[in-house]
Write a protein that binds this ligand. Structure first.
Ligand code: ZN
Length: 119
C-alpha cells in the first residue's frame, strides 16, 4: 500500500505556489530523490527535493518537471542540476574559503596603557 500526501512548495525566484502529490511506499523501493522544476509563474528552473517515492510523486500545479533525479543513483542529482545550470551549493564553498582566509590573518595585539595616578 502506498500513502500520498499533498506537499506545498514555493518557487525560490518569485514565490509562486507549487502543489505536489508526494507518494510514499512504506517498506517499498528506496526511491529518494527530487526534481528540477520549471516554475509556471516565472519560467525559471529550480531544485525541489521530494523524497520517496520520486517515481510515483507528481506535480499537481505550479510547475512542470524538467528532470528527475534519484539520490540512490551516484551522480544522478549532479547530472540533472548541471544540465539546467543549477550547481550543487556553490555558496557554501565560497563561505568556507572566506573563513580560511580570516584564520590566516594574525591577531591584533592591543596594549592598553595603564595610567598611574599619583595619590
Ligand atoms: Zn517562479
Amino acid at each position: 500500500m502506498s500513502e500520498s500526501a499533498t506537499m506545498l512548495s514555493y518557487c525560490p525566484h518569485c514565490g509562486n505556489k507549487i502543489q505536489i502529490s508526494q507518494v510514499r511506499t512504506p517498506g517499498g523501493v528506496d526511491d529518494d530523490g527530487g526534481w528540477v522544476l520549471k516554475c509556471s509563474g516565472c519560467a525559471n528552473p529550480f531544485r525541489q527535493h521530494v523524497g520517496r517515492d520520486i517515481q510515483m510523486s507528481r506535480v499537481i500545479w505550479g510547475a512542470s518537471v524538467l528532470a528527475t533525479y534519484d539520490d540512490n543513483v551516484a551522480g544522478s542529482r549532479n547530472h540533472a542540476l548541471e544540465k539546467y545550470g543549477l550547481s550543487e551549493n556553490p555558496k557554501k564553498e565560497i563561505a568556507k574559503k572566506l573563513v580560511a582566509r580570516r584564520k590566516k590573518s594574525g591577531k591584533k595585539t592591543k596594549k592598553s596603557k595603564a595610567i598611574k595616578r599619583k595619590q
